[in-house]
Design a protein around this ligand. Structure first.
Ligand SMILES: [Zn+2]
Ligand SMILES: [Zn+2]
Length: 174
C-alpha cells in the first residue's frame, strides 16, 4: 500500500469518522483507510497483520473493536462468516458477491447482477426490505487449475503420489 494515498485521503477519512460520531484516532484512521482500499473483504486478523508493519503498537482487539464500531455506524459491512471467520467489506454501496468456496476469495459484483423488484411475495408481511445481497458460490480460476493439476498428477503417478499431493497441492492462496 502506498503511503501517499493514505496521506491524501486521511482528511476525508477523518471527516467520515467524525460524521459517524467516532473519535478520530490514528488506529481508526489506518483501519478505515485500509478497508476502503482493500477489496479482499478481510478478517480482523488480516487487517491487523497488514497494518502491523506500519503500526507496531496496534493490537488485534483494537482492530476488532474498530471494525465492529464501523459496521454499527454503516462505515463498513459485516459479511456472512466464511469458514468461521467474520469478514468486513469496506464498500458500503449496494453490491453482490461471488465467493470461492475453496479458497474463500470474494469478488464484488455490481448491483445490476441481481435486482428483484418487487420483493418476492413469500417474504413475511411487515418486513421492510432495506437491501438485497446475493452471494454466488463459485470455484475461482485458480482453484480450478489447482484441482486440474492435482487430477493430472493423480492420473500420471497412480497410487504412489498420495503423500506428494498431500504435501504439494491442496493449499489455496488466500
Ligand atoms: Zn479459489
Ligand atoms: Zn463487497
Amino acid at each position: 500500500m502506498k503511503t501517499e494515498s493514505l496521506g491524501i485521503n486521511s482528511n476525508s477519512t477523518a471527516a467520515t469518522l467524525h460524521q459517524a460520531g467516532l473519535r478520530v484516532t490514528g488506529p481508526r484512521l489506518a483501519i478505515l483507510e485500509l478497508l476502503r482500499h482493500d477489496s479482499s473483504h478481510p478478517t480482523a486478523e488480516q487487517v491487523y497483520q497488514r497494518l502491523r508493519p506500519t503500526h507496531p503498537g496496534l493490537s488485534l482487539s483494537t482492530v476488532y473493536n474498530a471494525l465492529e464500531a464501523f459496521s454499527r455506524r454503516g462505515l463498513c459491512r459485516r459479511m456472512p462468516p466464511v469458514g468461521g471467520s467474520q469478514r468486513y467489506d469496506g464498500t458500503v454501496e449496494p453490491h453482490h458477491h461471488a465467493l470461492c468456496i475453496r479458497c474463500g476469495l470474494i469478488y464484488d459484483l455490481p448491483p445490476e447482477v441481481y435486482q428483484p423488484s418487487p420483493p418476492p411475495p413469500q417474504l413475511q408481511p411487515g418486513l421492510r426490505v432495506r437491501g438485497v445481497q446475493v452471494t454466488f458460490e463459485v470455484i475461482c480460476a485458480n482453484c480450478q487449475s489447482l484441482a486440474e493439476g492435482e487430477a493430472r498428477v493423480a492420473s500420471d503417478s497412480g497410487s504412489l503420489l498420495d503423500s506428494h499431493t498431500r504435501e504439494g497441492g491442496v493449499k489455496c492462496p488466500s
